[in-house]
Write a protein that binds this ligand. Sequence first.
Ligand code: BGC
Length: 877
Amino acid sequence: MDYRQSIGFFTGPSKLPHPEFLPVARRIAAEGIVLLKNENHVLPLSPQKIAVFGAGAVDFVTCGTGSGYVSTPHVVKVLEGLHNAGFETEGTSWQKRYASALKKADQKDKSITKLQRIYSGMHTILDEIPVTEEDLSACHCDTALYVIRRQAGEDYDRKAEKGDYYLSDQEEENLRKVSSYFRHTVVVLNTCVMEADFIETMPGIEAAFLIGQGGSEAGNALADVLTGKVNPSGHLTDTWAKKYEDYPSSSTFGNNDGNCDQEDYNEGIYVGYRYFDTFGVEPLYPFGYGLSYTTFTQELLSFEADWKQVKAEIRITNTGTRAGRHVVQLYVSAPEGKLDKPYQELKGYAKTKELKPEESETLTIAFPTESLSSYEEETASFVMEKGDYIIRIGNDSRDTQAMAVIHLDETAVLRKVKNHLKPDHPLQELKAPGRKPEEVHPLFTVRLNSEKCETIHGVSPEKKTVEDPAVPDATLVDVAQKKVSMPAFINSLDEDVLCRLVCGTGEETPYHVPKRAKKKYHPVKAPTSSGATTSLFTDSLGIPNWLLTDGTAGCHIALCGAVSWPVGMVIAQSWDPENARTAGQCLARELAYYHYSVLLGPALNIHRNPLCGRSFEYYAEDPVISGLTAAASTEGLQSASGISACIKHFCCNSQETNRLEENSTVSERALREIWLKGFEICVRKAQPHTLMTSYNKVNGIHTSSNRELLTDILRKEWGFEGLVMTDWGTASDKAEDLMAGNDLIMPGCDAGILKAALHGLAPEFEKDGWVKVQIIKVFGGFITKHVEHWNSFELRKDGPDTVSTTVAAKKKLNPKVREAVKNGMAEIRENPDGAKTIVYHGVNRGQTLTKEALKTSASRTLEQIMHSLSFQMMMHQ
Ligand code: BGC
């Protein structure tokens, strides 16, 4: 047995199944790099002798931790990338000392568990050690590269502290020494957003790159842009503030205000550049910013708009001396009116192919006219208020030119919906200061007539499950072969089967059904990863297990070989959705190699605050770029037969601190224009097969249990046809989840819980007076779960109902009973015969799950399984 199997994982081969994808990963990583500074045109560099310092030179970060981690056998770090490109590197004495200090610290560190190391990619993050005079004088070159790295991931947020959001004192001292010693210093940020003012203020730093976490080929990609083999064309997808306090959510984010239970989104619609640009706060680097080694001009050739679409044709010409790609960004300033408006919003963008010097290309940016509307809560409608819509075209949010105007005579209602997701308490939302009047000399003016606008009534009725009489001996294979309808098959299954179909295998208990299938079907085998549905009914009913794996930047399959793709933020920074599509297509093939049908990604939560530990997995602070990138990634993944994307985490998963219980209070307008918008774009454009809800609550309700979110908005307004699953181990009530329109409980729950909810069963007690507890081993035995069978009774101090049980005179009470008494949830009454009656207080909730909801969820789950790779594999065994 090898080490990997000894720790409980069933693993596969640890070499890459598709090494031919590495050049693709390299290209995408290079295109996602943002050149932040290039004073005196110090870059590009021809291969030469170069000194390399900074923790990232040794401890390079290729991806995040947690489910976003990819355990890949192939990583090209900075030094290797430089060597591959022909550089000779110096600074070796410092690198060696740091590597050995890191190794020692990591070996001593007992705070990180074996599971966290292997499965989540965590290790000790050590502060730098001093760069000495000897380290410097051993270098004989002009240029130093200083690599700053930050690690982050699931389940913990970053901190606004030195060594995390800020440079550590040691980093600052080292950087000062290095930048004053060498003629040229180039900073490399192997990070997400951090305080980077030093790039502009510290003397000697002439150039800087943001490389983010670029995956397996990140070192080669960095060398490509450093040498100019690839001309940098990445742009920021976040505003980089001068100081942390400039972000509007900074004072309350996570635990910043000592309260991590409640988060008021008082910034309203003013997230990211919408805030900075509207409130006149000067950023360090604006949203959309990125430099190139060449120059471009952009010329608006045509501009059209009707009630369907807005379309602009822009000619881009490379006016410099090097070939390169250019991103053109289109922002719109909507007129001020009854509703508050941000100064401007990104509505579309496009990227050229590689243009040679003097070469031109005409790009088209087109987007639905509806995206110019704002959500009016009062009337539950998307409206365009009358006035001038100024079209700005440029290079970043602070570098645009007003080039066209759409003039609307009267306010028009574009879409009517229903009010949903009202805040659970009043918010004090920011209000925009009045805008200064602006004189615009547009090249094109289009007039829209409000009378010609046809209002869309945007709510369709809920799809009801068709009732078909049960076909008793049917299998899923019969349904796939269209011999039997799905409802007829579902109606032939008993409750125990249905309950096991709507949850993963995490807490599965055995259940046997008589064999109906005429052939022998076998469950699909695969190395361990994030989750699976049941294989209990493969042989009997022809229902294969359906395998789901993280993650957002590659297959998170324990200790198996897979490409670590550039993380979401880096892919989005390329401002080319085709990169997300290509990565998705490749990932689908890696998934299939390991027999997985679902990728638990892309993740497209909006960057609300730079301290969010999962920012690397998410794309941007803007919903348009997030939605379009996620749609392309989804289409790429789902272009492979039997493979599904799972967009996540729906919604407002903005922080990791207290992620299971935190409540985000958000206005309906901000939800619809910011927090849900990216998901809406992706669902309407790409119809992902599956979607994952988030852990947190929104407006007082767990998102996984929110019917307005999952049924009224997602399905009835946006037309989502797929399956909704919970995030892994949400704190929500499983029956409420299913009732809300969530179809699959992951990684699984005990079927008994669902059955109890169906029948409103009373709690089951042990002889010692405490409720029956089921011990379940999950995750290869690493985690033990205790499931308490309270069933339909909810233990609560001030609850109006009671349940009781009697403990015989000689029997010792379970200590938990005394604890419940201490907490005011139970009382002990002595009986004359010495027995004790324990009376528990709480709420008797009765039946909380309907058979109809259970059947609907089971049929949505089977619908996906039937079209999956698992099903294909079962059929071709
Ligand atoms: C994460 C999800 C992930 C799931 C399965 C959860 O903890 O929040 O993003 O897909 O685990 O690994």
